[in-house]
Structures are given as structure tokens and as C-alpha cells.
Design a protein around this ligand. Structure first.
Ligand code: PEP
Ligand code: MG
Length: 879
């Protein structure tokens, strides 16, 4: 297999479907070349070579001749010579299979030395340009290849540049003369010699090999590794290196460089959307140092280039059948595309684009459903600033990534991580962000920057994470040392509250009121398509009528888990619950339970009404009783007084109920078996409520669920009690209700003897929270002490409490198989947290569950994930 793949002159060795070998960028450069888009010629060194190089620490023997041959073709194509006259200059960029924006390194203008710089100056007739290119090369090379930085991490090159501008008393780089820049290049070379201990290589070939090695090695940098961890990109993919002839957007005002999306990546609106700078290099746009202009203005400035951009965008969108993110350069009369890739987009844009592309005949409905990341759409369900409110707007920036968030200001990434670890909500405020801020952006609720455009690092990364971001809020003056920001004389310090509205760009003082989003339009259309495709039903975990209402609004088809204990904490009920716990005999408990029963009944009535026509699974009391009692003396004493129980006695009760491992003790059906009156009370409340709602004409489908069953006899005991109590209620109410009695499968024993349990159970619901903790022998409340370490160090691939673990999956599989062996039509669901996790949902589909149940906010995510599971493995997205 070759190590080097040439592209240029309308022909490329590679293709778009070779991303494994060429990386995303390299594969698309090849494809663009093949479909006739003007791309500067170049070649790609493969990811396979990268992996080999990182393992061996050296290149294979035949690589040199392969690279020489490819470079000769670039020389022929451009009519320039590497190290000669006219000088061929090269860009060297990383390009992994998955896009990792700003995470790895780039070197431009490679091939310059004192002689070729002079030749470039002469040929271009633009000395400033030639020496500016030269000093940029030395700077990038010093940074990327030699890793040069000052003792406190400062940028020695930028410092030297700033000193020179101060000496010349000018504010902008472009006010420096050609001679200044020539001297600056020489000064930069001196810095390299001092800091790296070796001279900057004048030999272009030496430059090229140094750059290639550095880009391969950049795969292993901490920031690249961190990025991969967050985005679940495997470490063994490696990066390709793309070497391409330089074209220049900085040769004068008739030149430009920019980035454009074929549709708006925030809203999905059709039409070119992007930014450009005249007389600039590509890095200037992305770095956010100068403020770029909207791409629509290119039509006025350089109309021919704009027309070419439109044509190329349309061709590529049709070719790839997806929204593209383009990098372009205009060098005088020549227009070039330097990159195309599938554009990252907000959830809102993803949904709109997918639906509109179906309308345009570019993709079909299945493809549209496949295109939207389930996890991403939870963004759409998130709050926005109440449109009716008139909050105090501090300033406005660019609406870089939608949604709204409230938090306290921090000025650096480490502080964001530290505060977030303490449970604080923070807003990361930076002049501009770079890859070094990534960990802070992950930890923050929102990001606010003073500089940069819609394609700045902050904007791109925030959109990728679905986090709200306002970028380029120009009025912000940030004093990082003093930890304060100022806007027109008004200051906001670290710890002060701000609200960031990434949909409008507003930066709001204090904590604005946020409201829930609307769910119609394209979102509704896409979800309807998903619903047609999926086989799994989606229910919600909801404990109260208000949750049930929200769940219905999000499309839940019933309740898969109503945790009745949550009702016990509402209002003043806890007092009656405590009375029940401290009661010394059956009669005392009955008296207290009689107080709770009407309250539970009212809640059930509310839930049945909301879920009219859909099943409602109500779980009998599950947690150990001590969870309802206070802990310290300070709380116990007043309780004793209010319950009229001697203090001593209450202390005694609290002590007696304490458990060494509360998750494995006297809880679940073990409570209902030892205190049958609790089960009776709950069942009475359920069926009285069901009869009441049925009497109003409601369509009720109760499913009574028994928790923490290990042995079939436990279930039989509770089932008999449920049936007997239900019969009493039906007799009293004069009507019957169809219902089911089933069990949770949340202990390994239950999964292993699921066939026996199925002789009694009318349905199963996998409680994978408990099943995970009991399978691992790991309490979920204590897991936080070491589980993050496990995941970080790759001992476990994921947090098993979020994504089903392979071992737990085996138990689920066994439980399903044995259960259905006994009762082929047994209805089976899942109600642990995993019911809302797309990867776990795929498993649930494959193993043949009937439904998943998850929190109301995850319901749309689950609907989409279930549809994608039904469509088979998701095709890998273009990157
Ligand atoms: C479970 O164990 O998965 C479950 C849903 O129950 P809980 O989280 O209430 O223990
Ligand atoms: Mg449980």
C-alpha cells in the first residue's frame, strides 16, 4: 500500500471513501480534485504511516523516494520549484479521520529561506508579503517543530513582534515595513537558535521532514488526547499529513481568504454563510485576531470569486449530499478551495437541514433520520431566555451557538474546571479561546469571548459540544489579571452572575428567567419520521402529574417507571410517612398509612389523566425506610416532639433502621413483604385512582411493578396481595379495571432465574441502575470515588451507569431469553438511566425489548435513537 497519495491537475490517487487512510481532509481534497473543483496540488501521507512512525520512531526506507516523486509532480503542476525560483512553498497540515478542529498542528509557507524569500519578493513584487510569509514560517516552525515558548509559557515570537511595533510606534502588523519584517524574520531565527539550541533549517527538505514528523507527533499531544476522550475518537486512528502548494490570500486587496458553510450552521437557513478577510492568510480568519466580514460582502468586493464560491459550494453539496464547510483562498484571478468537510452544526440546524434536504430530493427520510445525532437534539429541548422578559443587556456579541445558560463568571479554563467540580455553574469568559481552553469549555455552562467570528475556535467548539456561546462581543474589555470585565465603564467580576443567550448574542446581567422551547416545525416532522421507523416504544420515568404532562409533550407513550416514594416527600406528607415508620404496631402503621393514601390517590389520578390511553407502570415502595428519617440529633429532637414519641425511642428507631450498605438491605419488595400494609395502601391508592379516572371516561392502563425481586416467591407474595386488594377496590367501586402485575429485573439472581419469575410476572422491566451496581458489586452512590479514574485510564470503556456494560448486557440478554422461553409474549422494558442513552437503546432494540423508559427530557432522544437502531448500524458520518 502506498504511503503517499498525490492530488492535482484534475486527478487524485485517493477518494472520499478513503478517510481511514487519508484522513477526512485528505480524502476530500482528493475527491474535490476528482470532481473538478480548483484545489492547489499536493499529496497526503497516510494515517497508516503515522501509526507506523509513532510505533517505530522512524520512517520506512522507501518513503523518501515516494515523497520526492510526489513533490516533483507538484512542481510540474505549479511550474515552481521547491527551494528554487520561482519558489514553491508548501503548507503542511494534520488531518485525522474525524475532524478535530484546532487540535493538531499546521505549518505554512514551508520552503522559505533567505534566498527563496528574496526570490519570492522579486517575483511577487511585494517585499512586505515575502518577508511577512518568512517570519510566519519561522514562528510556526519554532512553535510546532521545536515547541518554543518562554519560561512562563509566553509567546516569545509575539513578544518580539509587539516590541517591534512599540519601537515603530504602530498598532497593526500591516503598518510594519518590508524591512521591519525582514529583520523580524532574522530575529525570529535567532530566537529559534537560542531556544531550540540548533539553527532554523534553511534547507527546504529538512524543513519538510521536520514538519511532517511534528504533525505526526501532534497526534499524541495532551490536548489532542483530551479531545479524543471527550469525543470518543479511538487513539489508534492516527492522523494523515496533507502537503499542498501554498496559494496566497495576502498578496494585496484583490486577494482574500475565508471560510463558508453552504447553509447557516446555527439555524440551517439555506445559502452561503461565512466570513472572509481581504489581504490575509487563512489562519487570520480562524484565529479571530482581525474581525472578518460576512461572506455576502464578497459579492461586492470580488464578484467573480463569489460566483466561483457559490458554484463550488453547490457542486460539493450535491456531490456529498450534505452541508459543507469550505475554506477558500482568492489569489488574484485564481479561486481555490483548500478544504471541504461536512459542516458541524447546531441541533436546530441539523434538524432543519435534514428535513429540507428531503424536500430538495437530496436525501430520503431514512437518511434524514440517520443524520441527526440523538444526543444533540436534547439541545433543542433546552431553555431559552423568556421572550416576554426585558432583561438588562450588558452587551451583544455574535450568536455563535444557541441555547441559554446562567452561571458565574470565571476567566480561565482551570478555574472553570475547579468551580464546576464543586457543582457551580460557570460561564467561561475569554478574550478568545484556543485549544488550551478546551477543558474549561467542557466544564462551563456557556462560553463568552470578546474576539473572533462565527467560525472562531470558541464558536466551532461550542457548537460541536452543543453548548451555548456568544463570541466576538467587542465591547468587552477583559482584564484577566484583575479578574474583571468592563463594558462601557460597567464592571463584572469573577463570581458575578451572567446569562448568555447564544441564540441572539445577548450577554445579560444577572440570572435571567429561562423558558422551555417549542417543539413543532421541522423538529416535529423529523420526529414523526423517526416514529414511523422505530420498533421500540418510548415511555418516560415520571413521578408526578407535571412530569407526566411534559413527558407526553415530548412524545412519551406511557410511563415506564413511577417511583412512588418521590410522592412521599411532597409537601407535608413526609410527616405522615415518618409516623408510619415509627409506629410500633400494625394498627399504628395503618393509621398513618390512612393519611398517606388519599394523597397518593390524588397524584395517581393526575398521572392517569395525563396518560389517558397509555400504560402507567407504578412501582411499589422501593427505598429503605431510613431514607425518610432525619439523621442528626438536631433534626431528630424536633421530630420526636412533633410525633409525640420519646426522644430516646426515636433515636433508637433511627439507629435500628440504619444499614451498613443501604442499597442492599431492607428495601424493595422486602419492605412490602414484611410490612404488607404498605403494599395494600399503595395498591388501594392506585386502583381507587384508576376507578375514579375511568368513571370520568378516562382510559387507564395500570401496571403494578414489584421492585428488587430476587426469588419468584417474593413476587408471588406481592402479586397475591395486589390481586386481593384490587378485588376489594373493584367491589367497592363497582367497576373493574384491566391491569398487569410485573416485576423489575434488577438483581443478577432475577435475571438468571427469569424463566421461573416469568411463571408469575406479567411483564418485566430491567432496572439497570441496580442491575449494574449489583453486577459490579459497586454502590452507585460510592462509585464517584474511583469510577472517573477508571474511565479516564481506559480500565472501563464508559461509565457503566450511563452506558450499559457488556456484562450487564449479558444478564439482560439472558433475562429476556429465559423470560420469553416461559412466556413468549412477555412484555419487557427497561427503566434504568440507560433507557435514555442512544448506545444502550441500540442494544435494547437488538435484544428485542418492547420499550425503553427514560426521563422526560430524554424522550425525543430515545425516539430518534430507537429509529436509528431500527435502521441498522448508523452509517459513519462524513467528517
Ligand atoms: C433501577 O434500578 O434501574 C431503577 C430504575 O430503579 P432505581 O433507580 O429507583 O433504583
Ligand atoms: Mg432499582
Amino acid at each position: 500500500m502506498p504511503n503517499v497519495y498525490f492530488f492535482g491537475d484534475g486527478h487524485a490517487d485517493g477518494r472520499a471513501d478513503m478517510k481511514d487512510v487519508l484522513g477526512g481532509k485528505g480524502a476530500n481534497l482528493a475527491e474535490m480534485t476528482n470532481v473538478g473543483i480548483p484545489v492547489p496540488p499536493g499529496f497526503t501521507l497516510s494515517t497508516t504511516l503515522c501509526i507506523r512512525y509513532l510505533a517505530d520512531g522512524r520512517f520506512p526506507d522507501d518513503l523518501r523516494s515516494e515523497v520526492q516523486a510526489a513533490l516533483r509532480r507538484v512542481e510540474q503542476s505549479t511550474g515552481k520549484r521547491f527551494g528554487g525560483d520561482p519558489p514553491l512553498l508548501l503548507s503542511v497540515r494534520s488531518g485525522a479521520k474525524m475532524s478535530m478542529p484546532g487540535m493538531m498542528d499546521t505549518i505554512l509557507n514551508l520552503g522559505l529561506n533567505d534566498a527563496t524569500a528574496e526570490a519570492l519578493a522579486r517575483r511577487s513584487g511585494n517585499q512586505r508579503f515575502a518577508y511577512d510569509s518568512y517570519r510566519r514560517l519561522v514562528q510556526m516552525y519554532g512553535d510546532v517543530v521545536f515547541g518554543i515558548e518562554g519560561p512562563d509559557g509566553q509567546d516569545l515570537f509575539e513578544d518580539a513582534l509587539a516590541r517591534l511595533k512599540a519601537q515603530r510606534q504602530v498598532g497593526r502588523d500591516i503598518d510594519l515595513s518590508a524591512e521591519d519584517l525582514r529583520r523580524l524574520a532574522a530575529r525570529f531565527k535567532e530566537i529559534v537558535r537560542q531556544e531550540a539550541g540548533c539553527p532554523f533549517p534553511d534547507d527546504p527538505w529538512q524543513q519538510l521532514w521536520g514538519a511532517i514528523e511534528a504533525v505526526f507527533k501532534s497526534w499524541q499531544t495532551k490536548r489532542a488526547v483530551d479531545y479524543r476522550r471527550v469525543h470518543r475518537i479511538p487513539d489508534d486512528l492516527g492522523t494523515a499529513v496533507n502537503v499542498m502548494a501554498m496559494v496566497f490570500g495576502n498578496l494585496g486587496e484583490h486577494c482574500a481568504t475565508g471560510v463558508a458553510f453552504t447553509r447557516n450552521p446555527s439555524t440551517g437557513e439555506p445559502g452561503l454563510f461565512g466570513e472572509f478577510l481581504t489581504n490575509a492568510q487563512g489562519e487570520d480568519v480562524v484565529a479571530g485576531i482581525r474581525d472578518p466580514e460576512p461572506v455576502a460582502l464578497l459579492q461586492q468586493r470580488l464578484p467573480r470569486a463569489y460566483a466561483e464560491l457559490q458554484r463550488a459550494g453547490a457542486t460539493l453539496e450535491r456531490h456529498f449530499r450534505d452541508m459543507q464547510d469550505l475554506e477558500f483562498t482568492v489569489e488574484g484571478d485564481h479561486f481555490y478551495l483548500l478544504q471541504t468537510r461536512t459542516g458541524k452544526r447546531t441541533a436546530q440546524a441539523a434538524v432543519r437541514i435534514a428535513v429540507e434536504m428531503v424536500g430538495e430530493g437530496l436525501i430520503d427520510r431514512r437518511e434524514a433520520v440517520r443524520r441527526v445525532e440523538p444526543d444533540q437534539i436534547s439541545q433543542l429541548l433546552h431553555p431559552m431566555v423568556d421572550p416576554a422578559a426585558t432583561p438588562e443587556v450588558l452587551t451583544t456579541g455574535l450568536p455563535a451557538s444557541p441555547g441559554a445558560a446562567v452561571g458565574q463568571v470565571v476567566f480561565d479554563a482551570d478555574a472553570a474546571v475547579e468551580r464546576a467540580a464543586h457543582g457551580d455553574q460557570v460561564i467561561l469568559v475569554r478574550r478568545e479561546t484556543s485549544a488550551d481552553d478546551f477543558h474549561g469549555m467542557v466544564a462551563a455552562q456557556a462560553i463568552l469571548t470578546a474576539r473572533g467570528g462565527m467560525t472562531s475556535h470558541a464558536a466551532v467548539v461550542a457548537r460541536g459540544m452543543g453548548k451555548c456561546c456568544v463570541a466576538g462581543a467587542k465591547e468587552l474589555e477583559i482584564d484577566e489579571a484583575a479578574q474583571v470585565l468592563q463594558v462601557n465603564g460597567r464592571s463584572v467580576g469573577a463570581g458575578d452572575w451572567l446569562t448568555i443567550d447564544g441564540s441572539t448574542g445577548r450577554v445579560i446581567v444577572g440570572r435571567a428567567r429561562l423558558v422551555e422551547p417549542q417543539l413543532g416545525g421541522e423538529f416535529g416532522t423529523l420526529m414523526a419520521w423517526a416514529d414511523e421507523l422505530r420498533r421500540l416504544r418510548v415511555r418516560a420515568n415520571a413521578d408526578l402529574p407535571a412530569d407526566a404532562r411534559r413527558a407526553r409533550a415530548f412524545g412519551a407513550e406511557g410511563i415506564g417507571l413511577c417511583r412512588t416514594e418521590h410522592m412521599f416527600f411532597e409537601g407535608d406528607r413526609i410527616q405522615a410517612v415518618r409516623e408510619m415508620i415509627v409506629a410500633r404496631d400494625h394498627e399504628g402503621r395503618q393509621r398513618a398509612l390512612a393519611k398517606i393514601e388519599p394523597m397518593q390517590r390524588e397524584d395517581f389520578i393526575g398521572i392517569f389523566r395525563e396518560m389517558n390511553g397509555f400504560p402507567v407502570t407504578i412501582r411499589l415502595l422501593d427505598p429503605p425506610l431510613h431514607e425518610f428519617l432525619p439523621r442528626g440529633h438536631d433534626e431528630i429532637a424536633p421530630l420526636a416532639a412533633s410525633l409525640g414519641v420519646p426522644l430516646e425511642q426515636l433515636h433508637h428507631i433511627v439507629e435500628a433502621l440504619a444499614e451498613t450498605n443501604p442499597m442492599l438491605g431492607h428495601r424493595g419488595c422486602r419492605l412490602g413483604i414484611t410490612y404488607p400494609e404498605i403494599t395494600e395502601m399503595q395498591v388501594r391508592a392506585i386502583f381507587e385512582a384508576a376507578c375514579a379516572v375511568a368513571a370520568e371516561g378516562g382510559d387507564v392502563h395500570p401496571e403494578v411493578m414489584v421492585p428488587l425481586v430476587a426469588h419468584v416467591e417474593e413476587l408471588r407474595h406481592q402479586l397475591n396481595l395486589v390481586r386481593a386488594t384490587a378485588e376489594q377496590v373493584f367491589a367497592e367501586c363497582g367497576r373493574r379495571i384491566e391491569y398487569l402485575v410485573g416485576t423489575m429485573i434488577e438483581l443478577p439472581r432475577a435475571a438468571v432465574v427469569a424463566d421461573e419469575i416469568a411463571t408469575v410476572a406479567e411483564f418485566f422491566s430491567f432496572g439497570t441502575n441496580d442491575l449494574t451496581q449489583t453486577t459490579f458489586g459497586l454502590s452507585r452512590d460510592d462509585a464517584g470515588r474511583f469510577l472517573p479514574f477508571y474511565v479516564e485510564h481506559g480500565i472501563l470503556p464508559d461509565d457503566p451507569f450511563q452506558t450499559l456494560d457488556a456484562g450487564v448486557e449479558k444478564l439482560v440478554e439472558l433475562g429476556v431469553r429465559l423470560g420469553r422461553q416461559q412466556k413468549p409474549a412477555l412484555k419487557i422494558g427497561i427503566c434504568g438511566e440507560h433507557g435514555g442513552d442512544p448506545r444502550s437503546i441500540r442494544f435494547c432494540h437488538q435484544v428485542g425489548l418492547n420499550y425503553v423508559s427514560c426521563s422526560p427530557f430524554r424522550v425525543p432522544v430515545a425516539r430518534l435513537a430507537a429509529a436509528q437502531a431500527a435502521l441498522g448500524d448508523r452509517a459513519e458520518r462524513d467528517v
